[in-house]
Ligand binder design. Structure first.
Ligand code: SAH
Length: 366
């Protein structure tokens, strides 16, 4: 098996340039290159990031002639919705998006009593080949651009604000990079996207850095790079097994960076940022749910700045694996907690619409 750590060279060219690809100072340069005064860049930012608008016809402060030039050059439609599915009484909504070159990605919007969270994709497909994950089965198509990543959030925030999640309008406050792809294998685009999400409005969306979670299989050099960015992001590490023998099979990148190395990088991240690291553990019946493994996990995480997030396995089509029995799950959690490690069980939002963790496969039947 070959793991793909870097972008595959694209045979089909890059996604069109978008306002969201550009840092604020580069937006002014881009507008100047179109023969427009620099303040137009701020107007566009206010519309796109501040008001979540990308339709130039709804930007009355831009003269009609200018709208076409600027909008054509800086606000191309990067995402076309191909399919939308809801469940949980409208509180969970999955959208399948088509990108400019036909690649498909998905994002999932989830409304909870106290918050709205969007799960975004960072790559079309994924090269990490985890055998229990639907996206991992399909392989990597390509990296997404910053603009494509940010557009999922702007569209999600606009839908939440419009009251599309059942009930009253709500503010999108949390973003998790837990959709399709390995975010740290698309490092530059993901970091710029995070800056667009967390820069104060109207330069960016003004989300709190702490409310943005980057989830990784454990690409060690990239974890260290992330720790050096000086941001307060939440890091999630997909551990899924406390021992190398099993983790080599569940998360194949473990053959390159071992459990101890990945956890050491996680603790360096915690030390650099003061942030508690989230350790993800997809609980799979008779595979990684034994009491010995719970003890080993507790021992590894005891007295660390860590939190365990147990994810009941969402079975993917064709897989023989399934979630652990409820009493096995309870016992697993009890043992890990007995080491003083805070542990929660993730709810299984979006199951019926294949929108739960690891189910995103972007299959579209037309
Ligand atoms: N590439 C990143 C983001 C992937 S999705 C990463 O691996 O962290 C976010 C989480 O969902 C990861 O912890 C992933 O391992 C988990 N996951 C994938 N498939 C799953 C499945 N079928 N059931 C439960 N969790 C799954």
């Amino acid at each position: 098996m070959t793991l793909q750590f870097e972008a595959l060279p694209s045979r089909r060219g890059k996604p069109p340039r978008h306002l969201a690809d550009l840092a604020p100072e580069d937006r002014r340069t881009a507008v100047a290159e179109l023969g427009q005064p620099a303040y137009r860049a701020d107007q566009l930012s206010r519309h796109y990031f501040g008001r979540l608008l990308d339709d130039p016809r709804r930007m009355p402060d831009l003269p009609a002639a200018v709208r076409d030039t600027i909008a054509g050059a800086l606000l191309p439609q990067l995402l076309t919705p191909v399919r939308e599915l809801s469940c949980d009484d409208g509180a969970t909504r999955k959208t399948v998006w088509r990108l400019f070159d036909g690649a498909l990605v998905e994002s999932v919007l989830m409304r909870y009593p106290d918050r709205v969270t969007l799960c975004v994709s960072s790559q079309a497909g994924c090269g990490m080949a985890c055998p229990f994950c639907a996206t991992g089965q399909a392989g990597l198509t390509r990296n997404m651009s910053t603009g494509e990543i940010v557009a999922q959030v702007v569209k999600g925030a606009a839908a939440a604000a419009a009251g599309d999640l059942g009930g009253t309008p709500a503010r999108l406050g949390n973003v998790v990079f837990m959709g399709m792809g390995e975010p740290l294998a698309n490092y530059a685009a993901v970091i710029s996207a995070v800056r667009r999400l967390t820069d104060p409005a109207p330069a960016g969306l003004g989300l709190s850095q702490r409310h943005v979670t980057v989830s990784t299989v454990g690409l060690l050099p990239a974890i260290d790079r992330l720790a050096a960015e000086g941001m307060q992001l939440t890091l999630a590490v997909s551990l899924h097994a406390p021992d190398d023998e099993l983790r080599d099979t569940l998360v194949p990148v473990n053959t390159r960076w071992k459990v101890d190395e990945v956890l050491d990088a996680a603790w360096r991240y915690a030390a650099a940022t003061g942030r508690r690291v989230s350790i993800e553990y997809a609980l799979i019946r008779d595979i990684n749910d034994q009491p010995e493994r719970a003890h080993r996990l507790g021992q590894l995480l005891r007295d660390r700045l860590a939190h365990v997030n147990v994810i009941p396995l969402n079975p993917t089509p064709g897989s023989v694996w399934t979630a652990s029995a409820p009493e096995v799950e309870r016992e697993f959690v009890r043992i890990v907690r007995s080491y003083g490690v805070t542990t929660t069980v993730r709810d299984t939002r979006g199951r019926e619409i294949d929108g739960a963790c690891g189910q995103l496969a972007a299959s579209v039947v037309e």
